[in-house]
Design a protein around this ligand. Sequence first.
Ligand SMILES: C[S@@+](CC[C@H](N)C(=O)[O-])C[C@H]1O[C@@H](n2cnc3c(N)ncnc32)[C@H](O)[C@@H]1O
Length: 479
Amino acid sequence: MKRYPMFMCLQNRPCLVVGGGKVALRKAESLLQSGAQLKIIAPQLDHELADLLNQYTHQATWQAREFQDQDIAGHYLIIAATNQRAVNARVAELADQQQIPVNVVDNQAACSFILPSVVDRSPVMIAVSTGGASPVLARQLRMKLETMIPSSCGQLAAITEEYRDQVKQRFADPEQRKQFWEQTLRGPFAELVYAGNSQAARQLLDEMLTQPSRVSTVGEVYLVGAGPGDPDLLTFRALRLMQQADVMVYDRLVAQSILDMASQTAERIYVGKEKANHAVPQEGINALLVRLAKQGKRVLRLKGGDPFIFGRGGEEIETLAENGIPFQVVPGITAASGCASYAGIPLTHRDYAQSCTFATGHLKNGTIDLDWEKLAQPRQTVVFYMGLTGIEVISRELIKHGTPSELPAALIEQGTTRNQRVHIGTLASLPELVKQRSVRAPTLTIVGEVVKLHEKLQWYQPERHVAASEFSRNLEPQE
Ligand SMILES: C[S@@+](CC[C@H](N)C(=O)[O-])C[C@H]1O[C@@H](n2cnc3c(N)ncnc32)[C@H](O)[C@@H]1O
């Protein structure tokens, strides 16, 4: 080990920063946050550093002059952050002589300690160091950790701390205590904190300590939006829950590359609907979720796009709520957002569209029940989900209600995936376009002046993937 890792307590300890520029600013910030009594010696002060010192008047002082040898004495820790190598070297030499830990910016060899890259979820701190070998690598590793550790991890630690004594009293045996915490920090308690429900988390912990026999053994359901197809569009929370679930219930609109990212040990249940073959009817899915959760499982209900936009997510959690099953909902990027972005079609634009409507183009008895007059109004964008089989009705009804037949329109097929295809036409030509290009589901239809912008703003030109479809099942045109 080249350096000894440790976390130092600086509360009320006198610390010195020599230098008053941007680098000194960063060092001063973290020292002040750690509670140090900070002295800065520098002839001039960066204006941001001056602002910072104003916020910490009780903790910080500035001496507006050059560094002198006698400044070293009496400090607990020193940072040399001037832009003059000779001054920095002198600070280091004197600090070493007096055995005071010193850090010199941009001079590894002169440092008795170095500063790691830090993931700060106070009170949880994760420090990454490459021992000075590659600060950039340390920063990249830190970024990776940032994405993996929930932002409320610090809160989890803080609540845990509140209960430490109680848990100690309840479990005198250290082994039992350790087991209790291991289970608790992996179970519903932690998930409640992560979901922002600290009050319920505290209640659960109270119950676990005082009436363990009453603690429910029911599992929980995560209703998670998987986005439109590109796995990079998953949220951090979605990914975390996907990786900790015991069982995954998914349907046809989840791309294969996303399914591959879920826990490999999770049981997988496909409940999707294909043409004329409703694998599991909606009521069956609702009941399945309840049954699995009652078996104590952590159930991932994975849905394409956003669960609350044409996703029937509301119905599924209504049943959960009625049955007292804990659940949380994780939003996903809906197809309209994803497809529009990846096709270079802004859904609103100051010159063309002041509003945007999401509508379902799902056919019922050969018709679509929509307020066509409203959808035919100018200066808006209309996005049709599930509009492929009803494309003739959509085109005909909008024209009948006054939309110009030449209004630009786009069909975005397998949007955001490597197989994305964008077909541009007009409202009148849409049905023909679907036939000519053999457009298949899932496809999103965008109607409005904004479609013109595609020509100028298209940026996503993926190399087409060998597989015909990115989605979990071969989708029929009927949606
Ligand atoms: C039942 S809706 C589900 C919508 C989903 N909940 C969402 O927020 O995107 C299914 C429709 O979404 C659209 N869709 C979903 N993903 C798509 C994609 N990657 N490319 C194009 N359209 C997509 C299609 O119109 C498809 O018929």
